[in-house]
Design a binder for this molecule. Sequence first.
Ligand code: PLP
Length: 426
Amino acid sequence: MEFESRCVQGSYEPKNGEPRVLPLVQSTTFYYEDADKMAYVFDYPETGHLYTRISNPTIDAFEKKMAALEDGVAALACSSGMTAEMLAILNACSTGDNIISSTTVYGGTYNLFNVTLRRYGVETRFVDPKASEEEIEKLIDDKTKFIYGETIANPAMIVLDFDKFARVAKKHGILFMVDNTLASPYLLKPKKFGANVVVHSTTKYLDGHASCVGGVIVDLGNFEFQGNPRYEELFNKPDDSYHGRTYSKDFGNATFVAKARCQMMRDFGCQMSPFNAYLTNMNSETLHLRMEKHSDNAIRIAKLLANHPAVEWVKYPGLEGDEFYDLAHKYYEKEAFGGMLVFGIKGGKEAAVKFQDALKFLKIVTHIADARSSVLHPASTTHRQLSSADLEACGVPENLVRLSIGIEDYKDIEKDILQALEASRK
Ligand code: PLP
């Protein structure tokens, strides 16, 4: 199936007489006629469902669609984007291990890496996304388990230089994991540029209607665990807690997600609910249509802001002259760059707050990538826990305003932004 057809029909194929729409299986558990039949599924979880913490037909269908959209081999749906990141990292890290991450990641991710995982002995070594390959390599040791970046950093709008990070990861046999939330697989495919694992906050464009918090880990099936000493202990030896199975030997190229499901999800139990999988699956059927409209509205707003006297600067990779224009054009699939953009308003933090408060059609919400246009001033809301130095490190100056441009009629979005810009100068 082509990509757009996968969005619409990629999760479910009805058999004779079955519902046309993916059924919502709102059941915690599944019946087996005898102990042997159930035991078989325990040993070979890929052959059936036992308990919804591990797998469920509705969640499974959504996972299959996500794997298909990212050209991967398997996926694991989680209760949130943060959970997907956490589970993916703990899947390959034990106390004493480290990961290397670009500094310009979403604020919640930065905090998870910089504070919480550190408390459990997993260290994050941050690196400037513009660092040279040699600088990145200097941070690697034999305990390094991931190189991590966001396709387009929220809200710094820095496009990841995939080739550079992928080359380093490949040279050292390290998993390259990418948060592809803000591009969505419609606009960019990390697998084409060397990623091994993709995580998403499905809360954003995949759901796209601000109805379900969720996340997913996608195994791109292109990493060789066997024979790689970095992953020997966790992936290449039998897991006594899981019927003595060896993930890299027994699950083929879906090793990463198999372990994440059979061991991590089993023990941490932070799966997506069947209802959220059902809704997110249905909403993702229009991903390709929405991403075009988001992108079309956003580039027009970016141009409007770039020419407005109340605006100091605009960051949107589709805007000519943007620092990441060339990189975005190298990696994105088409002339479309999503609905999020940021700008610096003249008059600093005070003007930013006035602008935000004056908007009527765009609503102030702690959210992006929704069909409805919205606004947020990170320095006074989502990022307020970060020090000024951390804010700078994340690329979030105090006058930065983040807009998430929706799929409404452009004229309504434009009118509201223009009146709010006037209000910010009073
Ligand atoms: N990754 C990115 C790029 C995000 O923007 C977010 C949330 O805004 C997350 C991950 C976390 O996802 P969630 O809110 O679904 O936990």
